[in-house]
Design a protein around this ligand. Structure first.
Ligand code: M6R
Length: 364
């Protein structure tokens, strides 16, 4: 059942602290305080690039992983949407590694892309949630996420479980490739180990997100912006929002605003800005100033330091716990889920079964 919640989606949002913890425990050895990946069917040091292929929300998890793997394992990563990857006739070099991310393990395009890569001699890694799925059976290496069954069509807990698994993969690769030193490794492991409880803290903003949602029910569009790993979270936030509220939403890398979308800004287009403290904060802050100068109504999601810097400028501030910037996307994923959820509930849409959509897209 829905565990006392009104919708499966809300239940699944609330399960995140537990299932992120479950997914993490596969790789995190609490006794030793280290992240241990399974034996990898390739030599991590010999890799020259990694491909990541998926659809929808799973592709956004792949985009976050690109930032992590490039930063921590110093390995170039190409992220592709499965329906583009499989038909593009891209050169595939036998022995290269490709990661396929899928909650269901049955998405037609992702499965076909995986078979295509395998036939070309690539080593395939599947990050899947359904253990008996086709992708789990056919991949060379399976990294299971432990989200449990996800019923809501809008993916929530599967996404954050994919993220935590991919973060472990990035750290594991970084260690194997000698690109993160012991001190950084230890700090990162600590930061990841604390994610389940920080995610639980983030859920305290539920009422706040509901009251902000009240201001979005009648808008015709919402813009999401972020930089670094907050950019794929912005994309995911916009997808979640349009998928269940049927209100148009789109996301931009904050640095792209002046290359076009800033022309949209006026007091009628709410902007959700995702801006955790870290090396990119000031860059995003100046984009937010530009939006405000054009009378844009900014809903800022940040931490205490970020709120201190920008609270006076923006319409709304949501304050999340301060964490290592590497793990921030795991926290920032939740308020955008809640914002979409509450807006959809207030609009009266069918939240768990949005129109025109299927949970598992098994036809292309
Ligand atoms: O099962 P998969 O992870 O392969 O599914 C991929 C997408 O169809 C899925 O994430 C879709 O975008 C969700 N409805 C988004 O909430």
């Amino acid at each position: 059942g829905k565990g006392g919640h009104r919708h499966y989606m809300l239940k699944e949002i609330y399960e995140q602290p537990a299932v992120i913890g479950d997914s993490l425990r596969t790789y995190l050895d609490p006794g030793r305080g280290t992240i241990e990946m399974k034996e990898m069917p390739f030599d991590p040091k010999a890799l020259t690039r990694m491909m990541i292929v998926a659809c929808g929300t799973s592709a956004y998890a792949g985009m976050v992983a690109k930032y992590w793997v490039e930063q921590l394992a110093r390995l170039p990563v190409d992220v592709d949407i499965a329906s583009e990857f499989r038909y593009r006739d891209t050169p595939l070099i036998p022995g290269e590694v490709a990661v396929f991310i899928s909650q269901s393990g049955e998405t037609a395009d992702t499965l076909a892309a995986m078979r295509h890569a395998k036939a070309a001699g690539l080593i395939t890694i599947a990050v899947v949630n359904v253990p008996e799925s086709s992708m789990a059976r056919e991949a060379d290496l399976v990294l299971r996420t432990k989200a449990g069954p996800e019923i809501g069509v809008a993916s929530t807990k599967a996404f954050t479980c994919q993220l935590v698994t991919l973060a472990c993969l990035a750290i594991g690769l970084g260690r194997a490739r000698g690109t993160i030193d012991a001190a950084r490794d230890q700090k990162l492991t600590q930061a990841i180990a604390e994610v389940p409880s920080r995610v639980a803290d983030v859920l305290n903003n539920d009422d706040r997100m509901r009251s902000i949602a009240e201001s979005l029910v009648h808008v015709t569009g919402v813009l999401y912006v972020g930089r670094g790993t907050a950019f794929p979270i912005a994309l995911e936030g916009a997808l979640k929002f349009k998928e269940i509220s049927y209100i148009h939403a789109e996301a931009y890398a904050a640095g792209e605003l002046k290359h076009g979308p800033i022309a949209l800004i006026d007091d009628g287009l709410p902007v959700v800005a995702l801006a955790p403290s870290g090396p990119l904060f000031e860059k995003t802050a100046s984009n937010i100033e530009e939006i405000v100068a054009r009378r844009g109504r900014v809903i800022l999601i940040t931490d205490e330091a970020g709120a201190g810097r920008l609270a006076d400028l923006v319409a709304e501030v949501v304050v999340l716990p301060t964490v290592d910037p590497v793990v921030a996307p795991l926290l920032y994923a939740l308020p955008v889920q809640l914002l979409a959820y509450h807006t959809a509930v207030l609009k009266g849409t069918d939240v768990d079964q949005p129109r025109n959509l299927a949970k598992s897209v098994t036809v292309e």
